[in-house]
Design a protein around this ligand. Sequence first.
Ligand code: PRP
Ligand code: URA
Length: 208
Amino acid sequence: MSQVHVSTHPLVQHKLALLRDKETGPKKFRELIREVAILLTYEATADLELEPTSVVTPMGEAEGARLTEKIGLVPILRAGLGMVEGIWEMMPQAEVWHIGLYRDERTLRPVEYYNRLPVSPTVDVCLILDPMLATGGSAVATVNILKRWGANKIKFVGIIAAPEGVEALTTAHPDVPIYIAAVDDHLNEIGYIVPGLGDAGDRQFGTG
Ligand code: PRP
Ligand code: URA
């Protein structure tokens, strides 16, 4: 389980309870997805590589550091979209590569419908963004896509996971760390996380 990082940050846990609340409407829900994504990404990026630099302040020279790795944000459509903007503000130079997947309602298997990755990788670190890790099928499929592309440093940033999803992703890709706000109790018979928060796409986009 060392690759599974469940945030214990009080702000994350406070906002997670508000996200779960069925009385939280789409506007507030989107704000919370954005804020929790920023907080979890702060934890997920603690090992980004730096190189020394120096800058001139109004008072003289200062030693500093700058990021050396190119970062790619990889939201899984639709629900991952809400996690992009806030993270992007913190690292405006990041590239954003969308992956379109939906779960077949009957089989719960992911169906790919959008992927415009160029032939060769253009980033050093990929952060997959999707609030829900349920069966894990969508996350595993996205890591498969990114590895075929040639990405070799991949992290998954989610919000709520089911134990089944954590097991599926860590088994298929033990090299991919998972950053999450909670690992819930179980999946129900139609593949929803219990207690979870319901349908993350519908609650963001008002389509439920
Ligand atoms: C949801 C969610 C994940 C996926 C998780 O998307 O955003 O992508 O389900 O389930 P899994 O771990 O079992 O694959 P959904 O397929 O409902 O599509 P949407 O975001 O477009 O509504
Ligand atoms: N997708 C969601 O949006 N919610 C779940 O509980 C499972 C998959």
